[in-house]
Write a protein that binds this ligand. Structure first.
Ligand code: COA
Length: 153
C-alpha cells in the first residue's frame, strides 16, 4: 500500500469520526463516538493518507511526563492488515520518545468478554510489543471489561 503518515495534526475529528462510524463492530456505542469526537479535536493525531484519502488515524493522549496513551486508533476495514496500523503506532512512538515519554499504554476490550473483532485488536497490539497489564471491570462498564496494555518505549 502506498500511504504516507502525516502529523501530529490537531482538529482532525471531521476526518477521523467517519472512520469510527464505518467500523460498528468495534465502535458501536454512540455516546463513546461523541466523546471521541470531542477529544480527538484537541489531541495530537496522526493520519495515514493515500492520494488525499485518509485510511486510518491514531490520536495520542499524554498523561504525565512519563506516559502517554493511544487514546483511539482505527483503520478503514478494506485497508486492514496492510501495515497502516503498524506505521501509525511507529509514528506515535517516535513522537512520544522525542518528548521523553517512557511508557505507552492502550485500553481495549478484555478477553473476559469473548469478541472476535477485539481478539484481532489485541493480537495487533501484542504484535507491536504491548503486553497486558491488568483488566478492570469498572473503567467502562460491566459489559465492557477494559484491558490495559503497556509498552516500554
Ligand atoms: C487494530 C488496527 C488498528 C490494526 O491496523 P492494521 O493496519 O490492520 O494492522 P497492521 O497491518 O499494521 O498489522 C501489524 C501486525 O499486527 C498483527 N495483526 C494485525 N491484524 C491482525 C489480526 N487480524 N490477527 C492477528 N494479528 C494481527 C500482525 O502481526 C501484523 O503484522 P503482519 O501483517 O506483518 O503479520 C485495525 O485493524 C483496526 O482499525 N481495527 C478496528 C479498530 C480497532 O480495533 N481500534 C483499536 C481500538 S482499541
Amino acid at each position: 500500500m502506498d500511504f504516507k503518515i502525516e502529523g501530529p495534526l490537531f482538529q482532525q475529528s471531521p476526518v477521523c469520526v467517519p472512520i469510527l462510524r464505518s467500523l460498528p463492530d468495534w465502535f458501536g456505542i454512540e455516546a463513546a463516538i461523541l466523546e471521541y469526537e470531542r477529544e480527538i479535536e484537541h489531541l495530537p493525531t496522526f493520519l495515514a493518507n493515500e492520494d488525499g484519502s485518509v485510511l486510518g488515524f491514531l490520536s495520542l493522549k499524554q498523561h504525565n511526563p512519563f506516559s502517554a496513551e493511544i487514546y483511539v486508533m482505527a483503520v478503514q476495514l478494506q485497508a486492514h492488515r496492510g501495515g497502516i496500523g503498524r506505521a501509525l503506532v511507529a509514528a506515535a512512538d517516535f513522537y512520544a520518545r522525542n518528548l521523553g515519554i517512557e511508557y505507552m499504554q492502550v485500553k481495549t476490550l478484555a478477553a473476559s468478554r469473548p469478541n472476535e473483532e477485539y481478539a484481532r485488536t489485541r493480537a495487533f497490539y501484542e504484535a507491536l510489543g504491548f503486553r497486558p497489564l491488568e483488566a478492570f471491570s469498572r473503567i467502562w462498564d460491566e459489559n465492557n471489561p477494559c484491558l490495559v496494555m503497556v509498552k516500554r518505549l
